[in-house]
Design a protein around this ligand. Sequence first.
Ligand SMILES: Cc1ncc(COP(=O)(O)O)c(C=O)c1O
Length: 291
Amino acid sequence: MAEAKLSVMTNFLHYGTGVFEGIRGNWNEERKQTYIFRLKEHYERLIKGCKVLKITLPHTVDQFCQLTVELVAKNGLKEDLYIRPLAYKCTEALGVRCHGLEDGFFMFVIPWGPYLNVEKVKCGVSSWRRPGNNVMPAQTKITGQYINSALAKTEAYENGFDEAILLTEEGYVSEGSGENIFLVIDGSLVTPPIYNSILPGITRDTVIKLAKDEMGIDVIERQIDRTELYMANEAFFTGTATHIAPIGEIDHRPVGNGEIGSITAKLQKIYTDVIRGISPKYISWCTPVYK
Ligand SMILES: Cc1ncc(COP(=O)(O)O)c(C=O)c1O
């Protein structure tokens, strides 16, 4: 990192013309192994975002996966880590556009523990709305649109919360500043649909599969009213950085009885085993780093 050089005129620095991913390597102490979780899916999503921004990537998904394993292995980290690939408009040129600019790519890896480092997350509904799909490509991790997340997060923090819950422009529940959201309502899992301006989370997809296949729970993707946040039996966030984070209160109202709910706790346990390569059934989601 000390040797990396990025010009102050790099286009993406000024206009947010980059697409990134956040990928986790999870350390398994018993096996002295790092498992990178759903690596391929992260690069597939990166490529989709690059199409939107007209960025041509220098490698295929398989090549990116190999490079990522190599990067982590070379760093030799023996703890939970986070990998940040970023594709961007690298031309040293001012002028807001996506066309006629060259593309660059970098990635780095850092040690990183849980993102929302609290047992139960305190949330506030944000005054900032999640932009609709005709304002911003909400289904991508394009760097520029994270100003929306940053504003919501800081507002929540300054109001004494750990995290924000953003609504869509129409007022339906969308997601956290860097997480998808699930509610438990009458024994079913309910989560906002893709068309409610969410990022299609890889952890969200994982949780939907695990809830159905390992717990036999119904998962309903539907529009959620703000009031339902206050009436849900349980609530939790999902995200690569966050894993599964139980929500303890929303707008100063306890979620359920304010304790971590039984469905949330069970999903957390299953998910933790899956990402550390402990569940044989899901080992294909885990890429080992060390030989
Ligand atoms: C805005 C936003 N929503 C949701 C998520 C969760 O997505 P994933 O589970 O793929 O990390 C993230 C994190 O990547 C995010 O930045």
